[in-house]
Design a protein. Sequence first.
Length: 59
Amino acid sequence: MKSIAQMAKDMDIIRPAADNHNRDSKKLIGFQTDFMEVYPEVRPFLPDTHHFFTDQVLG
């Protein structure tokens, strides 16, 4: 089992990557939102939670 100090050190190594991932995710969501505002007619062609392949096969 790792000590608290070692776990904190590991988190310091991982944190920048997690922050970058979160920042990129926010940028992507912003881009998608802006795109949908400009081109609302493409909405039916975008995947959504009810368009998953497994639902088409099983449903």
